[in-house]
Design a protein around this ligand. Structure first.
Ligand code: F3S
Length: 407
């Protein structure tokens, strides 16, 4: 990979050990991926923030870096942490977990990273919004796939560490989804059934991710999803199939026509999706026990999703002993408070929870054994992230609310 004179100096350690190691990591990745050079970025999203996934080694590393007084060069935001940073006691988060989580977020903050802790930094209330064609370094799979597919910006699927390294350097290796020629569709997906709401889209993405191999770029035909449904579609396929880019014909910015989506590239395959295929995903995650927790917000809820939930909960009461979480970004929670949605959800017995989600919070340490979610991504990860200690069911938002409310 070609390096500029300035980059050579960084590698020689002229700008300190953290920048030297960061650039060394990026050049290793670049060489492995046959990148020709590094290219500038101005926005980053850093994963590996929950103490549950990051653990003590990451805490030690980030605290060590913070002592070196190095700061990020990009607008960098954090992925969800393992708890709401201010109201964690109310939720029953164990004290030792909270102490480590607060230390980790504080250390990231010292690096100049915004402690916004959300997987939807690209929503307007949050403000880390890549523009069409812009090259960025994002590292949470649902954010990566949304930024690439729906915003038409360009990012690879970074890990937390290389996203952090690239935020220090302000550059990423030029390869993969950064290059226009690698962004054409590879599989045509004909959707042959009607989809109703976000959970159906989430299940479609999840089904498709399981069907196709890693690195494929599906092009959907026969659907007209909303922005929120696109988020759920992408998150589902990113979870089960590591999909980092998809197109929807006539909807997403790089697929306004068939030629746009596929270019001259011949697509290898065609998949047809029926209602039975979608239903298999709901069957895979069915739960007969009464849930201890029903969690919305994977990916974090938009204000429209919260409004919808509030409207469904108006005048109802959530059954005793079932917790109801609506996970979102702190900025969106505040908007929900201004608009009165929080009050309705609270009156019904639920909570809007900022900074965290059901997957990265230590729910297995909080007397929670059975969970229902409206997201195939969350249904996939909850049992895995709790080492099988928590069961998870998948239902639409409407069915979730019907199951746990009394008039
Ligand atoms: Fe976001 Fe947590 Fe889901 S990070 S995409 S809400 S697993």
């Amino acid at each position: 990979m070609h390096l500029t004179k300035e980059e050579e100096k960084i590698l020689d350690g002229e700008h300190g050990v953290i920048l030297e190691r960061s650039l060394r990591l990026l050049t290793k990745i670049g060489d492995f991926e046959n990148a020709d050079k590094l290219i500038p970025i101005s926005k980053s999203q850093i994963a590996g923030v929950s103490f549950k996934t990051a653990g003590k080694p990451t805490l030690d590393l980030v605290e060590h870096i913070a002592e070196e007084k190095v700061r990020v060069k990009t607008l960098a935001t954090l992925n969800p942490a393992g708890m709401p940073l201010d109201t964690w006691k109310e939720l029953g988060i164990p004290e030792d977990f909270a102490e480590n989580q607060l230390r980790l977020c504080k250390a990231y903050g010292k690096l100049g990273i915004k402690p916004w802790c959300t997987c939807v930094p690209y929503l307007p209330q949050v403000g880390n919004i890549p523009e069409k064609g812009e090259i960025v370094g994002f590292s949470e799979s649902s954010a990566v796939v949304y930024v690439n597919s729906v915003l038409g910006a360009r990012t690879n699927r970074h890990g937390g560490l290389d996203a952090l390294a690239s935020a220090f350097i302000g550059k990423i290796p030029n390869h993969g989804y950064i290059k226009k020629e690698n962004r054409r569709g590879t599989v045509l997906v004909k959707v042959k059934c009607e989809l109703k709401g976000t959970t159906d889209y989430s299940a479609l993405g999840y089904f498709l991710g399981k069907e196709i191999g890693k690195g494929e770029i599906p092009v959907y035909e026969g659907i007209k999803p909303s922005q929120t449904e696109l988020r759920h579609l992408g998150a589902g396929s990113a979870a089960s199939g590591s999909v980092a880019l998809f197109h929807v014909l006539g909807v997403t910015p790089e697929a306004l026509s068939f030629e746009d989506a596929f270019g001259n590239r011949s697509f290898s395959d065609k998949i047809e999706v029926t209602r039975d295929d979608i239903d298999t995903i709901f069957q895979e995650y069915s739960l007969s026990e009464t849930p201890d927790l029903v969690a919305m917000g994977c990916p974090h809820c938009s204000i429209d999703e919260i409004k919808n939930i509030a409207e469904m909960l108006r005048g109802k009461k959530i059954i005793k002993d079932t917790r109801f979480w609506v996970c979102t970004a702190d900025q969106i929670k505040k908007e929900a408070e201004r608009l009165g949605y929080s009050k309705i959800i609270k009156k019904a017995g639920g909570k809007i929870i900022p900074h965290t989600c059901v997957v990265v919070a230590p729910i297995e340490e909080m007397e929670i054994q059975n969970v229902i979610v409206n997201s195939a991504k969350a249904a996939f990860y909850v049992p895995r992230m709790t080492k099988g200690q928590v069961n998870c069911g998948l239902l639409s938002v409407k069915d979730c609310i019907q199951q746990i409310t009394n008039k």
